[in-house]
Design a protein around this ligand. Sequence first.
Ligand SMILES: [Zn+2]
Ligand SMILES: [Zn+2]
Length: 141
Amino acid sequence: MEFIDRLLTCADCGGEFIFTAGEQLFFFDKQFKNDPKRCKPCKSKRASAGMKAGAGPAAAGISRTETRTECSACGIETTVPFKPTQGRPVLCRQCFQAKRTPTTGALVTAAATADMVAAGSGGERNSVGAELLAAAHSSQA
Ligand SMILES: [Zn+2]
Ligand SMILES: [Zn+2]
């Protein structure tokens, strides 16, 4: 299964945004059926509004818990803002960066998972996974 970046149109602001290969892989991995409908700014706007307003059971179901797990490559303890799937490799940032060029499906999955961690560590740690979940929930509703 191969993913390439796609250009989608935001349902909120009408602007174009990129549905990256990594995000597509994440959606595919989670068996989300629908493409994201909104660009990142609109999504986080809705996410923060939704959290405060309590946008229903979907929003309530999103936990901000960080899960402690071990890096599949080097074994150091790392935390991820989502629940890692059992038996699926999770990489710490160092190992993820060292394995930027995945060769197998398993590694692609690991890279995408680690990508979420890496992307989330820059200040919006918790929001990345939650945003994607929120998007999936709202697009399925
Ligand atoms: Zn938008
Ligand atoms: Zn590691």
